[in-house]
Design a protein around this ligand. Structure first.
Ligand SMILES: Nc1ncnc2c1ncn2[C@@H]1O[C@H](COP(=O)(O)OP(=O)(O)OP(=O)(O)O)[C@@H](O)[C@H]1O
Ligand SMILES: [Mg+2]
Length: 244
C-alpha cells in the first residue's frame, strides 16, 4: 500500500464576516484533507460556505471576511496568515482557483493569445519564443484541434464551453500543484458539462494535479471524484460518500 501524502489540510477553519464592527460567523469548524494526486469533490447546499472556503485557501477573501480561527496547511506550512506578497506567489506557483461565474473571467475585448501570454508572464521563467508552442500544446490538451484559430479569437466569439476550456488551459499553464474549480460546469449545458468534467479528469492525470472540485451537481461529481465530502450550512464538513 502506498502512503498518501497530504497536500492541503484545513483544520477547524472558522471564517467570519464583519458588518458594522459586528462579527458574523460564516463557517466554523471546517476540516478537510486533500492528498496529493486525488480529485476531491466538495458538495453542499447553496450558501454553506464552499466558495468562501475556496477563497480563503488562495487568500482571496472579499473585503469584510476574515479567517478567525483554525489553520490552512499547504505543504506543511500554515498559509492562513500569509501576507499579500506570499499569497501572490502561492497563486502564481502552487494553487490555481477557477472562480465561480468565471465564464466572464476572460476579457471580452482582448484576444485569447494576449490573455494567455499575460498569464504566463506572471512566471518570469518563460522565454518569448517558448510561449506560443506551449500555448498550442495546452489548447490541444483541452481539446481544440485548431489552436491558432482559438488564440486569435476574442472570447465573445467563443461558446461558453469553449471559454471554460480556455480558462482551464490558462489555469494549468502555470502548472499548479492544486487546482480548485468552483462550479466549473454550472453555466454550461449538459453536453458541455460532461466534456469539461472529463477534461478536468484528464488534466488531473496529465499534469499530476490535485483537484478540489466544488459543485452542486452530485451526479457529475460522482463521475470524476475519488472522494466526495459534504459541507453543511455553517460549515461542518463530513465525508459522506466515496466513489472508490
Ligand atoms: N459579499 C458577501 N457579503 C455578505 N455575505 C456574504 C457575501 N458573500 C457570501 N456571503 C455569505 O457567506 C456565506 C457563504 O457563502 P458562499 O458563497 O461561500 O456559499 P456557497 O456554498 O459557495 O454557495 P453556492 O453553492 O450558492 O455558490 C453565505 O451565507 C453568504 O450569504
Ligand atoms: Mg459558491
Amino acid at each position: 500500500m502506498t502512503i498518501r501524502e497530504t497536500l492541503l489540510s484545513i483544520e477547524q477553519l472558522e471564517i467570519s464576516y464583519y458588518e458594522n464592527r459586528k462579527q458574523v460567523p460564516v463557517i466554523h469548524n471546517v476540516s478537510l484533507q486533500l492528498y496529493r494526486g486525488e480529485t476531491v469533490a466538495l458538495v453542499g447546499p447553496s450558501g454553506c460556505g464552499k466558495s468562501v472556503t475556496a477563497q480563503a485557501i488562495v487568500g482571496l477573501l472579499e473585503t469584510g471576511f476574515k479567517v478567525t480561527n483554525g489553520a490552512i496547511i499547504f505543504k506543511n506550512e500554515n498559509i492562513s496568515n500569509y501576507t499579500n506578497r506570499h499569497w501572490e506567489k502561492l497563486r502564481r506557483d502552487e494553487i490555481a482557483l477557477l472562480i465561480q461565474h468565471s465564464l466572464n473571467g476572460l476579457n471580452p475585448i482582448r484576444t485569447v493569445k494576449k490573455q494567455m501570454i499575460e498569464t504566463l508572464k506572471y512566471q518570469k521563467k518563460w522565454k518569448k519564443k517558448e510561449m506560443e508552442p506551449y500555448l498550442h500544446t495546452l489548447l490541444q490538451q483541452v481539446g481544440f484541434t485548431d489552436p491558432d484559430y482559438i488564440l486569435s479569437s476574442y472570447p465573445f466569439e467563443l461558446s461558453g464551453g469553449m471559454r471554460q476550456r480556455v480558462l482551464l488551459a490558462m489555469m494549468v499553464s502555470l502548472r499548479p500543484k492544486l487546482l480548485i474549480a468552483d462550479e466549473p460546469t454550472t453555466a454550461l449545458d449538459v453536453i458541455n458539462r460532461d466534456k469539461v468534467l472529463v477534461l478536468l479528469k484528464k488534466l488531473q492525470q496529465d499534469y499530476d494535479l490535485t483537484v478540489l472540485l466544488i459543485s452542486h451537481d452530485k451526479q457529475s461529481v460522482n463521475k470524476i471524484a475519488d472522494r466526495v465530502v459534504q459541507m453543511s450550512v455553517g460549515g461542518i464538513v463530513s465525508e459522506s460518500t466515496s466513489t472508490l
